[in-house]
Design a protein around this ligand. Structure first.
Ligand SMILES: NC(=O)c1ccc[n+]([C@@H]2O[C@H](COP(=O)([O-])OP(=O)(O)OC[C@H]3O[C@@H](n4cnc5c(N)ncnc54)[C@H](OP(=O)(O)O)[C@@H]3O)[C@@H](O)[C@H]2O)c1
Length: 213
Protein backbone atom coordinates (compact mmCIF):
# COMPACT_ATOMS: atom_id res chain seq x y z
CA UNK A 1 0.00 0.00 0.00
CA UNK A 2 1.48 3.39 -0.98
CA UNK A 3 2.07 5.74 1.95
CA UNK A 4 0.69 9.27 1.45
CA UNK A 5 1.92 11.95 3.85
CA UNK A 6 -0.22 15.06 4.00
CA UNK A 7 1.69 18.17 5.11
CA UNK A 8 -1.06 20.47 6.36
CA UNK A 9 -3.70 20.18 9.03
CA UNK A 10 -6.50 22.49 7.85
CA UNK A 11 -9.41 21.88 5.50
CA UNK A 12 -7.35 20.97 2.41
CA UNK A 13 -5.03 18.69 4.36
CA UNK A 14 -7.92 16.92 6.07
CA UNK A 15 -9.94 16.61 2.85
CA UNK A 16 -7.08 15.15 0.82
CA UNK A 17 -6.05 12.89 3.71
CA UNK A 18 -9.54 11.39 3.72
CA UNK A 19 -9.46 11.18 -0.10
CA UNK A 20 -6.20 9.24 -0.19
CA UNK A 21 -7.46 6.91 2.54
CA UNK A 22 -10.68 6.31 0.60
CA UNK A 23 -8.60 5.40 -2.45
CA UNK A 24 -6.62 2.75 -0.62
CA UNK A 25 -3.51 4.61 0.49
CA UNK A 26 -2.00 4.40 3.94
CA UNK A 27 -2.20 8.01 5.15
CA UNK A 28 -0.68 10.22 7.82
CA UNK A 29 -1.27 13.95 8.31
CA UNK A 30 1.20 16.54 9.62
CA UNK A 31 1.13 19.69 11.69
CA UNK A 32 3.63 21.68 13.75
CA UNK A 33 1.37 20.71 16.66
CA UNK A 34 0.00 17.25 15.82
CA UNK A 35 -1.86 17.15 19.17
CA UNK A 36 -4.46 19.51 17.73
CA UNK A 37 -5.45 16.78 15.26
CA UNK A 38 -6.40 14.31 18.02
CA UNK A 39 -10.15 14.48 17.33
CA UNK A 40 -9.62 14.26 13.55
CA UNK A 41 -7.24 11.31 13.98
CA UNK A 42 -9.70 9.48 16.19
CA UNK A 43 -12.66 10.07 13.90
CA UNK A 44 -10.84 9.41 10.58
CA UNK A 45 -8.41 6.71 11.64
CA UNK A 46 -5.57 8.82 10.16
CA UNK A 47 -2.58 9.27 12.46
CA UNK A 48 -1.03 12.70 12.91
CA UNK A 49 2.65 13.55 13.29
CA UNK A 50 5.16 16.33 12.82
CA UNK A 51 6.14 17.52 9.35
CA UNK A 52 9.50 15.71 9.70
CA UNK A 53 8.05 12.41 10.95
CA UNK A 54 5.34 12.26 8.29
CA UNK A 55 7.74 13.27 5.48
CA UNK A 56 10.24 10.60 6.53
CA UNK A 57 7.53 7.92 6.64
CA UNK A 58 5.73 8.74 3.36
CA UNK A 59 6.32 7.52 -0.20
CA UNK A 60 4.57 10.57 -1.61
CA UNK A 61 3.66 13.92 -0.06
CA UNK A 62 0.95 16.52 -0.43
CA UNK A 63 1.84 20.09 0.51
CA UNK A 64 -1.33 21.72 1.84
CA UNK A 65 -0.13 24.60 3.99
CA UNK A 66 -0.65 28.37 3.98
CA UNK A 67 1.29 29.70 0.96
CA UNK A 68 3.36 32.04 3.12
CA UNK A 69 4.45 29.06 5.23
CA UNK A 70 5.18 26.68 2.36
CA UNK A 71 8.97 27.03 2.37
CA UNK A 72 9.02 26.85 6.17
CA UNK A 73 6.86 23.71 6.15
CA UNK A 74 9.14 22.03 3.60
CA UNK A 75 12.14 23.02 5.71
CA UNK A 76 10.50 21.44 8.75
CA UNK A 77 9.73 18.34 6.66
CA UNK A 78 13.45 18.16 5.90
CA UNK A 79 15.34 18.05 2.60
CA UNK A 80 16.60 14.54 3.40
CA UNK A 81 13.05 13.27 3.91
CA UNK A 82 11.65 14.71 0.68
CA UNK A 83 14.54 13.74 -1.61
CA UNK A 84 13.31 11.86 -4.69
CA UNK A 85 9.67 11.95 -3.55
CA UNK A 86 6.63 13.23 -5.40
CA UNK A 87 5.30 16.34 -3.63
CA UNK A 88 1.84 17.34 -4.84
CA UNK A 89 1.74 21.09 -4.27
CA UNK A 90 -1.80 22.31 -3.56
CA UNK A 91 -0.69 25.69 -2.20
CA UNK A 92 -1.44 29.17 -3.47
CA UNK A 93 0.70 32.26 -2.84
CA UNK A 94 -2.10 34.24 -1.21
CA UNK A 95 -0.86 37.34 0.62
CA UNK A 96 -2.16 38.59 3.96
CA UNK A 97 -3.76 41.61 2.25
CA UNK A 98 -7.54 41.54 1.64
CA UNK A 99 -9.08 40.78 -1.78
CA UNK A 100 -9.58 43.74 -4.15
CA UNK A 101 -13.08 43.66 -5.68
CA UNK A 102 -13.18 39.89 -5.23
CA UNK A 103 -9.63 39.26 -6.47
CA UNK A 104 -7.33 37.75 -3.87
CA UNK A 105 -3.87 39.27 -3.71
CA UNK A 106 -0.74 37.20 -4.28
CA UNK A 107 2.73 37.74 -2.85
CA UNK A 108 4.26 36.52 -6.14
CA UNK A 109 4.58 38.59 -9.32
CA UNK A 110 3.19 37.68 -12.77
CA UNK A 111 6.33 35.90 -14.00
CA UNK A 112 6.88 33.99 -10.79
CA UNK A 113 5.27 31.08 -8.97
CA UNK A 114 5.45 29.55 -5.55
CA UNK A 115 5.92 26.17 -7.25
CA UNK A 116 9.15 27.34 -8.91
CA UNK A 117 10.33 28.81 -5.61
CA UNK A 118 9.71 25.50 -3.83
CA UNK A 119 11.32 23.45 -6.61
CA UNK A 120 14.35 25.74 -6.56
CA UNK A 121 14.72 25.46 -2.78
CA UNK A 122 14.26 21.66 -2.76
CA UNK A 123 15.73 20.56 -6.12
CA UNK A 124 15.70 16.86 -5.27
CA UNK A 125 11.97 16.74 -4.49
CA UNK A 126 9.66 16.10 -7.47
CA UNK A 127 7.00 18.81 -7.17
CA UNK A 128 3.77 18.71 -9.16
CA UNK A 129 1.25 21.51 -8.82
CA UNK A 130 -2.34 20.20 -8.54
CA UNK A 131 -5.53 20.61 -6.52
CA UNK A 132 -4.93 24.37 -6.08
CA UNK A 133 -7.68 25.56 -8.46
CA UNK A 134 -10.78 24.23 -6.70
CA UNK A 135 -12.29 24.58 -3.24
CA UNK A 136 -11.67 21.83 -0.71
CA UNK A 137 -15.33 20.79 -0.76
CA UNK A 138 -15.00 19.67 -4.41
CA UNK A 139 -11.49 18.17 -4.37
CA UNK A 140 -12.33 14.49 -4.00
CA UNK A 141 -14.58 12.82 -6.58
CA UNK A 142 -16.73 15.90 -7.22
CA UNK A 143 -20.09 15.40 -8.91
CA UNK A 144 -21.04 17.90 -11.62
CA UNK A 145 -23.84 17.63 -14.21
CA UNK A 146 -21.27 18.31 -16.97
CA UNK A 147 -19.09 15.35 -15.99
CA UNK A 148 -15.57 15.33 -14.56
CA UNK A 149 -14.02 18.80 -14.25
CA UNK A 150 -10.49 19.64 -15.34
CA UNK A 151 -7.54 19.80 -12.97
CA UNK A 152 -4.51 21.56 -14.40
CA UNK A 153 -1.16 20.26 -13.25
CA UNK A 154 2.49 20.88 -14.04
CA UNK A 155 5.97 19.94 -12.89
CA UNK A 156 9.46 19.13 -14.12
CA UNK A 157 9.49 15.38 -13.54
CA UNK A 158 7.62 13.22 -16.08
CA UNK A 159 7.34 10.19 -13.77
CA UNK A 160 5.92 12.33 -10.95
CA UNK A 161 3.38 13.84 -13.33
CA UNK A 162 2.35 10.38 -14.54
CA UNK A 163 1.67 9.44 -10.90
CA UNK A 164 -0.39 12.60 -10.42
CA UNK A 165 -2.33 11.85 -13.61
CA UNK A 166 -3.33 8.48 -12.10
CA UNK A 167 -4.24 10.07 -8.76
CA UNK A 168 -6.39 12.72 -10.48
CA UNK A 169 -8.25 10.02 -12.37
CA UNK A 170 -8.90 8.15 -9.11
CA UNK A 171 -10.08 11.38 -7.53
CA UNK A 172 -12.60 11.96 -10.33
CA UNK A 173 -10.78 14.59 -12.40
CA UNK A 174 -9.78 15.03 -16.01
CA UNK A 175 -6.10 15.89 -15.62
CA UNK A 176 -4.58 18.50 -17.94
CA UNK A 177 -0.77 18.49 -18.14
CA UNK A 178 0.41 22.07 -18.64
CA UNK A 179 4.14 21.36 -18.85
CA UNK A 180 7.00 22.22 -16.53
CA UNK A 181 7.06 24.05 -13.20
CA UNK A 182 7.08 27.37 -15.09
CA UNK A 183 3.39 26.74 -15.81
CA UNK A 184 2.83 27.34 -12.10
CA UNK A 185 2.80 31.02 -13.15
CA UNK A 186 -0.46 30.32 -15.00
CA UNK A 187 -1.99 27.62 -12.79
CA UNK A 188 -1.61 29.44 -9.46
CA UNK A 189 -3.65 32.49 -10.63
CA UNK A 190 -6.53 30.13 -11.43
CA UNK A 191 -7.09 30.30 -7.68
CA UNK A 192 -7.71 34.04 -8.03
CA UNK A 193 -10.19 33.41 -10.83
CA UNK A 194 -11.88 30.55 -8.94
CA UNK A 195 -12.39 32.71 -5.82
CA UNK A 196 -14.07 35.66 -7.60
CA UNK A 197 -17.63 34.18 -7.69
CA UNK A 198 -17.12 33.32 -4.03
CA UNK A 199 -16.20 36.79 -2.90
CA UNK A 200 -18.68 38.57 -5.22
CA UNK A 201 -21.70 36.22 -4.99
CA UNK A 202 -20.88 33.74 -2.20
CA UNK A 203 -20.74 30.97 -4.82
CA UNK A 204 -18.02 28.44 -3.97
CA UNK A 205 -19.11 25.15 -5.58
CA UNK A 206 -17.87 25.43 -9.16
CA UNK A 207 -14.86 23.92 -10.94
CA UNK A 208 -13.07 24.54 -14.22
CA UNK A 209 -13.62 22.41 -17.31
CA UNK A 210 -11.80 22.69 -20.64
CA UNK A 211 -13.72 21.89 -23.83
CA UNK A 212 -11.09 20.27 -26.08
CA UNK A 213 -11.70 19.84 -29.81
N1 LIG B 1 -9.19 26.19 1.39
C1 LIG B 1 -9.40 25.79 0.14
O1 LIG B 1 -10.53 25.44 -0.24
C2 LIG B 1 -8.22 25.70 -0.79
C3 LIG B 1 -8.42 25.22 -2.09
C4 LIG B 1 -7.31 25.06 -2.94
C5 LIG B 1 -6.04 25.37 -2.49
N2 LIG B 1 -5.89 25.87 -1.22
C6 LIG B 1 -4.53 26.15 -0.76
O2 LIG B 1 -4.16 25.06 0.07
C7 LIG B 1 -3.34 25.50 1.14
C8 LIG B 1 -3.98 25.07 2.46
O3 LIG B 1 -5.18 25.73 2.62
P1 LIG B 1 -6.11 25.52 3.91
O4 LIG B 1 -7.28 26.39 3.71
O5 LIG B 1 -6.31 24.06 4.14
O6 LIG B 1 -5.22 25.98 5.13
P2 LIG B 1 -4.37 27.28 5.51
O7 LIG B 1 -5.03 27.95 6.63
O8 LIG B 1 -4.04 28.07 4.30
O9 LIG B 1 -3.03 26.59 6.03
C9 LIG B 1 -3.03 25.88 7.24
C10 LIG B 1 -1.78 25.05 7.30
O10 LIG B 1 -0.63 25.87 7.06
C11 LIG B 1 0.38 25.54 8.01
N3 LIG B 1 1.24 26.68 8.21
C12 LIG B 1 0.90 27.99 8.30
N4 LIG B 1 2.01 28.74 8.50
C13 LIG B 1 3.06 27.88 8.55
C14 LIG B 1 4.45 28.03 8.76
N5 LIG B 1 5.01 29.23 8.93
N6 LIG B 1 5.22 26.92 8.77
C15 LIG B 1 4.68 25.70 8.60
N7 LIG B 1 3.37 25.48 8.41
C16 LIG B 1 2.56 26.56 8.39
C17 LIG B 1 -0.42 25.17 9.24
O11 LIG B 1 0.41 24.36 10.03
P3 LIG B 1 0.01 23.91 11.52
O12 LIG B 1 -0.86 22.72 11.37
O13 LIG B 1 1.32 23.61 12.13
O14 LIG B 1 -0.70 25.09 12.16
C18 LIG B 1 -1.59 24.40 8.66
O15 LIG B 1 -1.25 23.04 8.46
C19 LIG B 1 -3.20 27.01 0.97
O16 LIG B 1 -1.98 27.29 0.32
C20 LIG B 1 -4.39 27.38 0.11
O17 LIG B 1 -4.16 28.54 -0.67
C21 LIG B 1 -6.94 26.03 -0.38
Amino acid sequence: MAKAGILGSAVVGQTLARGFKRHGYEVRIASRTPEKLAAFAKESGIDAGTFADVAAWADLLVLAVHGGGALAAMTLAGADHVRGKLVIDATNPISDKPPVEGVVQFFTGPNQSLLEELQGAFPEARFVKAFNSVGAARMVNPEFPGGPPTMFYCGNDARAKAEVARILEQFGWEGADMGTAVAGRAIEPLCQLWCIPGFLRNSWTHAFKVLWS
